[in-house]
Design a protein around this ligand. Structure first.
Ligand SMILES: C#C[C@@H]1N[C@@H](C)[C@@H](O)[C@H]1O
Length: 440
């Protein structure tokens, strides 16, 4: 079907900027804003829902919510401390919320007075974060919510000429803000869009196409995820012909593709994930705290995504004062320590095309390399690891990546089926570098 605003390519981008993105494999998402102050509570009641949705969950009148800006002092905010922790956690890129659904901007936008410059903090948080993260060698991406509960011209659906006129004013406002972000922070590597699911946005596929074009004119090589895009007929992520719009699939939110689903490898993709079950903004209540994921669970997800040639974007929700939750900081350090010893199996790796999903973990491999890694995340009860190699291959050795190095000699059970005796290795997530050869 002929489309004016559908996918602009059929195959993944092969330029250096996109290759850099796909080699990162592990990134940090940061959701921070006014919502971090009430942190899931309102007038003494804990609301058991995402903290960044509290304005809606607790039915707080917009003017009352906007008053929070007058308490936003962020006295503990330290961009360099955030960046240093991110570097220790092993992330290679970071995506910051610039404006979430409540419309509050973390940079001094000239297009609204609802921003961090008009708070007791009076700071350009995005500017400080971009500079600090880049000083620590971490690429920066910017999250922008098209959905905006604060702006008077926002509309969920377009049911009248007045709705159309108002929403046109809103889309002009949003385009102005996006151009402002690209011009203020031209070193960012990409934009991550959210809040594009309503009928009003789906009816404006051309605007979504124009945003992508305009931002890529301003920042050559810029990466824009599929979540921004709607086509001529309102189809999202994939156009009405089934082709992926944007530069990578970003529809995996708090879910991962099935570990055996190799169809996802056809395009670049990224899954974003929370530490608690379902809150992106900091939630101070027991509802969130009792659902926190462990380092082992999150390391499994990093390897899971890598094994299907996808990126994993792990979210941190800093507290209302700008400090990092100590539990989140400890988790970041644990993940970073694992990656410091086992990152060779993650960074720059992807699907091991000829190796089937083993069930006890994941195989990863660098394109055009013979070396395959086995990431063991689910310990076999008999402590004997069975590896089914591609037909015609045999396993010569399996060498642990972490110190002290340990080489296990595989036992051949039958053609292309080998077994490793794991002995009393600790039940951490182990990675073996596999040495293989063609069977005689
Ligand atoms: C729904 C929804 C939003 N999408 C996630 C990435 C968070 O920003 C959440 O608030």
């Amino acid at each position: 079907m002929e489309l004016n605003y559908g996918a602009s390519r059929q195959q993944p981008r092969q330029d250096a900027a996109m290759q850099r993105f796909r080699e990162h494999r592990f990134g940090q998402f940061v959701h921070w804003g006014l919502y971090a102050m009430p942190a899931g509570y309102w007038q003494g009641t804990e609301y058991r829902f995402a903290a960044e949705f509290l304005q809606k969950t607790a039915n707080i009148p917009e003017p009352e919510w906007a008053e929070l800006a007058q308490q936003f002092s962020a006295e503990a905010f330290d961009a360099d401390a955030w960046a240093a922790l991110a570097a220790r956690s092993g992330v290679k890129y970071a995506t910051f919320t610039t404006k979430h659904h409540d419309g509050f901007c973390l940079w001094p936008s000239q297009y609204t007075d609802f921003h961090s410059g008009n708070t007791p903090a009076a700071r350009d948080f995005i500017g400080e974060l971009v500079a600090a993260y880049q000083r620590h060698g971490i690429d920066v991406y910017l999250y922008y919510s098209v959905l905006d509960w604060h702006h008077p011209d926002w509309r969920y659906r377009l049911e009248s000429a007045e709705d159309q006129q108002a929403f046109k004013r809103y889309l002009d406002f949003a385009m102005n803000q996006l151009v402002e972000l690209a011009q203020r922070y031209p070193s960012v590597k990409g934009f991550w869009f959210d809040g594009t699911w309503d009928e009003s946005v789906k009816a404006n596929g051309r605007w979504t196409w124009e945003v992508e074009q305009r931002l890529k004119e301003l920042i050559p090589g810029l990466i824009v995820s599929s979540r921004l895009r709607a086509d001529d007929l309102g189809a999202r992520h994939r156009d009405s012909n089934g082709s992926l719009m944007g530069d990578y699939e970003s529809g995996y939110e708090r879910r991962l593709p099935d570990p055996w689903d190799r169809s996802v490898c056809e395009q670049d993709w990224e899954a974003c994930m929370t530490i608690p079950q379902a809150s992106w903004g900091y939630h101070a209540g027991p509802w969130a705290k009792r659902t926190r994921k462990s380092a082992a669970e999150l390391i499994d997800m990093i390897a899971h995504c890598t094994s299907l040639s996808g990126n994993f974007l792990l979210n941190f929700g800093p507290r209302g004062d700008g400090s990092i939750d100590p539990e989140d900081a400890a988790l970041a350090e644990q993940i970073g320590n694992w990656l410091a010893q086992n990152g060779a199996a993650i960074y720059g790796k992807g699907v091991a095309t000829n190796w089937s999903y083993p069930g006890w973990g994941y195989y990863t491999q660098e394109a055009d390399s013979e070396t395959v890694y086995a990431v063991v995340t689910k310990w076999p009860t008999a402590r004997r690891l069975r590896l089914q190699l591609p037909a015609g291959e045999r396993l010569l050795a399996a060498t642990l990546l972490r110190e002290p190095a340990l080489q296990l000699n595989p036992q051949e059970l039958e053609t292309s089926l080998f077994e490793l005796e794991l002995g009393n290795s600790s039940e951490e997530t182990l990675v073996f570098e596999l040495t293989t050869a063609a069977a005689e």
